[in-house]
Design a protein around this ligand. Sequence first.
Ligand SMILES: *Cc1c(COP(=O)(O)O)cnc(C)c1O
Length: 393
Amino acid sequence: MKPPKSLVRRTGWPTSTSRPVVTPLQPSVVYASPDPDALDTQYEDGSGYTYAREGHPNAEVLAAKIDMLEGATGGNITGSGMSAIGAVFLGVLKAGDHVLGADQLYGRSLRLMTQDLPKLGIETSLADPTDAAAIAAAIRPNTKMILVEVVSNPTIRVADMDGIAALAKDRGILLAVDNTFTTPRSYRPFDHGADIVIHSVTKLLSGHSDATLGYVAARDPALRTAINDANVTWGLTPSPFDCWLAERGLHSFDLRFDRAQQNATALADALVEMPGVARVIYPTRRDHPDHNRAMGLLDGQGGHMLSFELTGGRAAANALTRAAPDIAFAPTLGDIGTTLSHPASSSHRGLTPEGRAALGISEGFFRVSVGVEDIDMLVSELDHAICQAQNAS
Ligand SMILES: *Cc1c(COP(=O)(O)O)cnc(C)c1O
């Protein structure tokens, strides 16, 4: 037989009585159906994949796993944490609605609230989530949704979730919770009255800073459909490879969480003792302003995030990051390794110094996402860097 000139044939997959133990990566954008009747049926009952933006196996496998962690059904994977929030807003809100946000949301979420939603005719305002009375006072007749993060970035304050959930229920307002910082190991929003749960899967769930993804789930099936439609229509959907990587990361999520939390607890206690450290903010420490709430709401799980304040201003801050080159100075969190962020030069650079001061964010303020390193090494690296910082200021 003559060899074919071209190898473009839609060949089958070898059959095997055994199956792979690793989730296969399925990059196919399109799926071929047997005939138009079968395609009709697929569209009617969702019995098969058609086009990757509408859904693909790697997203479905990942969503099902995060659903298990959150006690959710029918969660959706999106291309980033921001697109998960975008899918919620685009799917659920319309012009004339009002969204009430916590005043210390993730930087881009704040921007979405203050600059982008108003362009779509959606009203927004912000209030202090540690005080349910402040949230109550900010509710308007057209308030459709409240968006909060359980633990605030970067000041690590704990929101009055029970108070806010009771209020939302009483007033018939949807409660959307961005659970990225807390993760389902510290807090499961659906167990506490949330209607919508959002994650940046990019962070601790995936855990290796190699995939940018989001997750969103809703309690009400109609909301779920609306959010899924927004995800697919606005093209916020994820790549199979990112989903595949994230699923691999997710397998070790609980182990990484435990170790990172253990390290964060120890690091917080060590930092308090270091000269040049003015304060340390970690939810389960007795000196935390929301200590009692953290012990109850988070079940004593302080998590992997802490912040601390260095004396000596910007000069000390510069010296600290330079003296700890093995701790990435990078504006992310949830990585397997410890990362440091400096809000005054990154997430909060847009605020005036007075605005930052009102939040307690000085030039010496650092947020630490604690990783799973050898804790003795981590403490001695930071101790060394903080000494250098003191000499520099
Ligand atoms: C990082 C983050 C986001 C945005 O997620 P991306 O995956 O970067 O788009 C949203 N909320 C919180 C709390 C985050 O930390």
